[in-house]
Design a protein around this ligand. Structure first.
Ligand code: HEM
Ligand code: HEM
Length: 187
């Protein structure tokens, strides 16, 4: 738990909201680039790879900050199944923030495609060339991207449930601005 505090720290909130914007953009860039036969595929893919690697680096920073600063506890009266769902979904979101970029990088490596980011920065291959593995990883990246999107939608629904129905201060703990003003169940 944040020492003496009831909200995520300013740095945690900044990381949460800037990464949320980047990840949501990645879903649309991903689907947009594979749906086009126009030359825009090339810059979209470059943006997708660069932003994806940036998300991976930010996820590492975020995990370090989380380990150091902790998180405010959930309201004491939150039912056990909701508490479990909150914890499991957060593990899932963190896992996918790492898995998707790694799968993207690994699938390009297995397909022997160069992983070149903005500024000509070329990342090394993390797997040897292997067409069967490339197909497997491409499918994993595809299905997990949509699983990630579904989990984010469920997460947003839960956040709105806390903000509008339970009004228990959970939303305010992560809100970009304002102070935490929960009901009697908040700390
Ligand atoms: C949070 C990170 C990421 C998310 C949410 C994400 C999401 C997506 C989505 C939604 C698609 C489209 C799937 C489809 O409709 O077929 C896609 C495709 C793709 N992504 Fe990612 N991605 C991420 C990171 C990366 C990274 C880091 C790389 C490479 C370094 C990468 C490389 C690719 C490639 C090569 C494709 C397929 C392009 C094609 O088949 O033409 N992705 N991604
Ligand atoms: C791609 C989008 C998003 C991702 C990947 C994401 C991820 C996460 C993660 C991993 C946590 C747990 C924080 C921790 O314990 O360190 C969290 C907390 C939270 N998120 Fe998101 N989030 C996203 C978008 C959103 C949006 C759009 C909203 C609001 C509408 C939101 C509201 C919240 C709230 C209120 C919390 C605090 C929950 C608590 O204290 O248990 N998130 N988010």
């Amino acid at each position: 738990m944040t020492p003496g505090g009831k909200r995520f720290t300013g740095g945690q909130r900044l990381l949460h909201w800037s990464m949320a914007a980047c990840i949501i953009a990645m879903f649309f860039i991903g689907v947009g680039m594979v749906s086009t036969v126009m030359p825009t595929y090339v810059p979209l893919l470059a943006t997708h790879k660069t932003l994806g690697v940036a998300i991976f680096v930010l996820a590492l920073v975020r995990l370090g900050v989380r380990a150091r600063s902790g998180a405010p506890p959930l309201p004491a009266d939150l039912p056990a199944p909701m508490r479990l769902a909150a914890h499991l979904s957060h593990y899932g979101l963190y896992g996918l923030m790492f898995a998707l970029p790694l799968l993207g990088w690994a699938m390009l490596s297995a397909g022997a495609y160069p992983v070149v980011l903005y500024g000509g920065l070329r990342l090394p291959a993390i797997l040897p060339q292997n067409p069967a593995l490339h197909t497997l990883l491409w499918n994993a990246h595809y299905y997990l991207a949509f699983a990630f999107f579904a989990l984010v939608l469920a997460h947003v629904a839960a956040a709105l449930f806390h903000a509008l129905i339970r009004r228990d201060g959970v939303f305010e703990a992560m809100a970009p601005l304002g102070s935490r003003t929960g009901g009697p169940s908040s700390r």
